[in-house]
Design a protein around this ligand. Structure first.
Ligand SMILES: [Zn+2]
Length: 141
């Protein structure tokens, strides 16, 4: 999977009060939009649970310019541009990104907002966040 150049973080753009499941994502993406599967490869709940949505070997549908060379991760939450993720959720994200970097070590860790000026998703600077994770863990991997 040397073609994977980016690990892209997204949000579900939903209220913190809403309990979003992979069934909801499937409803929105497969039933309502007619896609072949959930657009993201991974989904992380506010409780930190990480769900496998679509095989990494299958091109995602989450960031049009780079779908064919990226892995998409969706964080539950982020409605109205808010950065409302839980600590345990971000810990789940860093654990998943470490795992992905183990498979795609040349991939850059970024957010959807790096690729489009029309979206703020996931409402924080993912590049800075990942640098801080690495620093807090004692250096570069
Ligand atoms: Zn997004």
């Amino acid at each position: 999977m040397e073609k994977i150049k980016f690990i892209v973080v997204h949000c579900s753009d939903t209220s913190p009060a809403m309990n979003v499941t992979t069934n909801d994502l499937r409803q929105w993406h497969v039933v309502e939009r007619g896609w072949n599967d959930i657009g993201y490869h991974w989904f992380i709940k506010r409780d930190g649970t990480v769900y496998d949505c679509r095989p990494e070997s299958v091109t995602g549908a989450h960031c049009p310019v780079i779908n064919d060379c990226s892995i998409g991760i969706c964080l539950e939450g982020g409605q109205f541009g808010s950065n409302d993720y839980t600590d345990v959720q971000l810990a789940g994200l860093s654990g998943l990104v470490y795992e992905l970097k183990g498979r795609y070590n040349n991939a850059a860790v970024t957010g959807h907002n790096h690729f489009t000026s029309s979206k703020t998703c996931p409402n924080f600077n993912v590049v800075d966040w990942w640098e801080k994770v690495l620093t807090d863990n004692g250096g570069v991997m």
